[in-house]
Design a binder for this molecule. Sequence first.
Ligand SMILES: *Cc1c(COP(=O)(O)O)cnc(C)c1O
Length: 368
Amino acid sequence: MNFNKVLDNVSIYEAGKPIELVVREYGINPKDIVKLASNENPYGTSPVVTSKIKEIAENMFVYPDDSMYELKEALSNKFDVKESNVIVGSGSDQILEFCVHAKCDSNSKILMSNTTFAMYEIYGKQTGSKILKTKDDEHNLEQFSSMYKEHGADIIFLCLPNNPLGECLDKDDVYAFLETINKDTLVVVDGAYQEYASFKDKRKNINPKDLISKFSNCIYMGTFSKAYALGGMRVGYGIASDNIIETLYKLRAPFNITTLSLAAAIEALKDEEFVHECIVKNFDEMKRYEEYAKTKGFDYIDSYTNFITIKLGELYSSKEVAQNLLERGVIVRDLTGYGVNAIRITIGTISQNTKVFKVLDTVLDKLK
Ligand SMILES: *Cc1c(COP(=O)(O)O)cnc(C)c1O
């Protein structure tokens, strides 16, 4: 059968491996498996959110409130913006998709960092757009600028902090860059890990209200999947000028998130204390990974997120290391597919991390 030709160039997104797969393929007991491949919050969902979900589970025969009134109100209060500046999606992924489809066709260009969130390229290619990448893996604004001057772009993606590498640009540098960008270029600031970055270093903090009032061509993207511990609920949001949000709404199907997801997100916003505690623990545990990498002589990228990317140098192949960890019940992300010989590990709980170090010791010994 013939399909839309642009899809010939589209690759399928490879998600982090699920626990079920490791149980099936290697016969490991699910409780012995450590899954640190998708940057979920390892401390689980806040108990108040879980009990809210159980409480409303009886109402599932009714469609959700399609206006999402309560959640949009809570988000607009949190960020001090108007409700007309907010759109909610099935994960921020869906908002990314809306942005690309709203702006691009086969004559468009999309500019991004060489190693960044894979969905930018996938959504871009779905529209037949040309994908432009900077030379460096990590975000380099000089390279962004010179490529923008040379080729222009319909969309620029800035992942702040960047997944899968973990680095983050300073707000002041980002603003100086944005000053030079044409108002007809949509700039997507993906803040999936902003809660972590702004805790670690105030200079990284991008405030959505400030961003969109200074730059009407920017959209800020946030998610409940990471720090807010609701990856399974699929809730994300975009914050932008009325004009951008109105346009994105044209691409939205009704009831694009569920009743449970709505309630969970609303409840999660009431328990910021939980989020804060998780972030504190995250950076405490991250120190152990930094120490571990140093002991083994590996370079790592200074991370502003809930994961760390460890470069394996010349001696080891990240593909092999990740596979050997998997067979022993530790799921991490191999970055070979991104063209980098590194593994990305989500920072787990104390006991999960202790297990990672132990199993990693065994694997590195074996592959030496
Ligand atoms: C996790 C992630 C997202 C979105 O996740 P959703 O679960 O779809 O909200 C977006 N961007 C980056 C960089 C991410 O890591």
